[in-house]
Design a protein around this ligand. Structure first.
Ligand code: UDP
Length: 238
């Protein structure tokens, strides 16, 4: 694979579904704890860590609107789902002794800090993990776009997108044996080939700001730390 630059500050994006383990819905506490361990092992290297967690394990706006719910209301429900996931991750990280703040794009001061950019930067400088919750705070967006937005605002060197597979393939590796993994690929190729890395608005925002996206497997124990040390397999979108 490619030589990896040394990262000082990164954003880890995971879907809500990554937290549900083998269940079909919701939160699986041992899985949340396992991912928190992965985050801790990178935090222990001195890397500053931002996180964005989706909400798809609990609620997706599109799913609600397909059932007749008004779209923006359904999207706000999706954003609230991401807050629940963020709180679960905060609890798991603090249980491991990692200081952590949940920062919400929608004000709910009793539950989480409001998003104030300079304050979030200060938390990172002090070694606290910042979990950005409630997406962008706007309906019609996704947490992939929120991840790209916050990674830019926080001046992260890359987005690490933790998935179930170890990179981006030319076709679904679970469905075809001859699927080939890209070690690197351009933003435009991801868009033109319609590869499922992140949604198109997130890819475009990353491209326009030269923010690399590293797709790796979160199921591989020690995988996140390994990639930061220049090991393991992944795909870099740049
Ligand atoms: N959402 C939104 N605006 C945002 C981010 C998320 O409206 O900026 C809503 C949207 O309804 C989405 C849901 O929150 O379906 C959960 O987020 P997402 O689908 O990105 O979660 P993931 O697929 O990563 O688990």
């Amino acid at each position: 694979n490619q030589p990896s630059p040394s990262y000082r500050r990164v954003l880890l994006k995971i879907s809500g579904e990554a937290l549900m383990g083998d269940q079909g819905y919701g939160l699986h506490p041992p899985t949340v704890e396992r991912i928190a361990q992965e985050v801790k092992s990178v935090h222990d290297m001195g890397v500053e860590i931002c996180m964005v967690i989706g909400g798809g394990n609990i609620f997706r706006g599109l799913q609600g609107s397909a059932q007749g719910m008004e779209r923006t209301t359904a999207d706000y429900m999706g954003m609230l789902a991401t807050v629940m996931n963020a709180l679960a991750m905060q609890s798991a990280l603090e249980g491991l002794g990692v200081f952590c703040r949940v920062i919400s794009a929608i004000r709910m001061d009793e539950v989480a800090e409001p998003y104030i950019r300079r304050r979030a930067v200060r938390h990172l400088e002090k070694g606290r993990v910042c979990i950005f919750a409630a997406g962008t705070g706007n309906p019609y967006f996704t947490t992939d776009t929120a991840a790209t937005l916050r990674a830019n605002e926080m001046a992260c060197e890359a987005i690490f997108k933790g998935t179930k597979v170890d990179g981006v393939y030319d076709k679904d590796p679970n469905a075809s044996d001859d699927a080939v993994r890209y070690s690197e690929i351009t933003y435009d190729d991801v868009l033109v080939k319609n590869l499922k890395v992140m949604d198109a608005s997130a890819i475009a925002l990353a491209r326009d700001n030269d923010l690399p996206i590293i797709v790796f497997s979160l199921d591989e124990p020690g995988g996140f730390r390994g990639i930061l040390k220049g090991q393991g397999t992944y795909t870099i979108v740049h």
